[in-house]
Design a protein around this ligand. Structure first.
Ligand SMILES: [Zn+2]
Ligand SMILES: [Zn+2]
Length: 455
């Protein structure tokens, strides 16, 4: 951390108190860096729950209820906080919004307004310093660290939340957040198991405290695991990744590379066999008339992204291969010089105006030494392209790695011009490499060339 003053900052700010997050952590001040309220909520309370679990027996009914309530509150975050409010990927009727605001509150992850604002900043400024939970600062930071340690709110990227301020459910939940958390986080789960089958304490410990812990850890994985584990089928410039394990842990939020590419799509998983219970829930709500306007990107657009990423991977692979010296970088040889050098024992062969040094290859030639030797010092274009044998694609590729020059003069001028023309018309990939497709090598003639003696 640099302690240099930021020159771009207005002068008035210099006189203001420096935020603790912008100061060096030392042995004396470390406790000031810690957000103790959050530590209590996400570390202290779960530990208290684990300790109590030692003497509170877990009843089967309470266990089932805790799992059900885990899904309710988890979906409150994924279908509500995330896909409805942060991304507006569908619209919900008032009863569904109230339900999601309540059960989402029961997950104890802050108010919708706060959560969605940070999440929009995360999407807008992914992996940068303005990203509130950037994985570039470490996996643990993106999972918990950003909440456990105090953050300067000015550092986090600005986002527009006017739509959220206009939603009365969001505003109400924000204003009454503590009441919502206590009621939905602890009282409701306790009431259900207490009034239902008399297990008050079990309801409090298992469906309340420990369930909160599991929901929190699961949804935190969207910020950590989903930016760390898995594939990047749509874009690999940033950290979001797709993985089934993350999907299983996060109620279907694991196809995060897709999600960052198409954030306003109500789905995370686009294949029917992928695990996305949040998508299934939203879809079911639509069938029940509770949700509408489900947004979905056209598969044409999704496939474009996938193809471009595949292309990028292919370009990277291509760049690692030896395609031979580009024609325009080869020295120009006179025909007589070419013939002269072969007479002096160098294994040169001219094909399509390109000279190849096959000295070390003669002994390995699949068609035999005699055959290849008969082409040395001559124009072997026709021999190579069907006159004697119509060489394979692999042979043309291998040949290109043996290039040493191009011929000037005589009948070869036309070939050289064609080579140059082709060269300028080559498509280049994003690394600047020419894309040499099968059958389009410069030594390859479009049709096999028959010669008089081949008939
Ligand atoms: Zn993300
Ligand atoms: Zn998102």
């Amino acid at each position: 951390m640099s302690s240099k003053p930021d020159a771009s900052r207005p002068r008035a700010a210099d006189t203001k108190k420096v935020h603790i997050a912008d100061t060096q952590m030392t042995r004396q001040n470390w406790y000031k860096h810690v957000n103790w309220l959050n530590v209590t909520f996400i570390i202290g309370i779960p530990i208290a729950g684990c300790i109590q679990a030692f003497w509170v027996p877990l009843q089967p009914k309470t266990a089932i209820w805790a799992v059900i309530y885990y899904f309710f509150t988890g979906l409150g975050i994924t279908a509500g906080y995330h896909r409805l409010w942060a991304h507006c990927s569908y619209s919900a009727t008032l009863p569904l919004r109230i339900w999601l605001a309540l059960v989402g509150g029961g997950a104890v992850e802050g108010s919708i307004r706060w959560w969605a604002r940070d999440h929009r900043a995360h999407h807008r400024y992914t992996d940068t310093d303005k990203d509130p939970y950037s994985v570039r600062k470490g996996l643990l930071y993106s999972h918990l660290g950003w909440m456990v340690m105090k953050q300067n709110p000015k550092r986090i990227g600005r986002t527009d939340i006017t739509d959220l301020n206009e939603d009365p459910v969001v505003v109400w939940q924000h204003r009454n957040y503590i009441k919502v958390v206590l009621t939905m986080g602890l009282i409701v789960p306790m009431l259900v198991s207490g009034l239902g089958w008399g297990d008050w304490y079990g309801g409090f410990v298992y469906a309340g405290i420990l369930r909160i812990f599991f929901v929190q850890q699961a949804t935190f994985c969207v910020n950590s695991l989903a930016h760390w584990l898995g594939d990047q089928p749509f874009d690999d410039r940033n950290s979001p990744r797709d993985h089934i394990i993350t999907a299983l842990a996060t109620l279907g939020e694991g196809y995060h590379n897709f999600h960052h590419e198409f954030p306003s799509d109500y789905r995370n998983a686009i294949e029917w066999h992928q695990y996305d219970p949040t998508k299934w829930t939203i879809w079911t709500c639509k069938q029940l008339g509770l949700a509408y306007d489900l947004k979905q990107f056209r598969s044409n657009e999704i496939e474009k992204g996938r193809v471009q990423q595949l292309q990028k991977k292919i370009d990277q692979k291509r760049a690692k291969l030896d395609w031979g010296t580009p024609l325009d970088q080869l020295p120009v040889m006179e025909w007589d010089d070419y013939v002269e050098q072969t007479k002096n024992g160098r294994g040169l062969i001219s094909i399509a105006g390109v000279v190849h040094d096959v000295t070390d290859f003669i002994k390995d030639h699949p068609g035999g030494k005699a055959m290849i030797k008969s082409g040395l010092g001559k124009d072997a274009t026709a021999m190579f392209n069907g006159g004697v044998y119509y060489h394979s694609n692999g042979a043309h590729n291998l040949l290109s790695t043996m290039r040493v020059g191009v011929i000037r003069g005589g009948g070869e001028v036309e070939i050289w011009k064609r080579a140059q023309k082709e060269n300028s018309e080559y498509v280049r990939d994003e690394t600047g490499q020419r894309i040499i497709r099968a059958g389009q090598q410069v030594t390859k003639m479009p049709e096999p060339i028959p010669t008089a003696d081949a008939a």
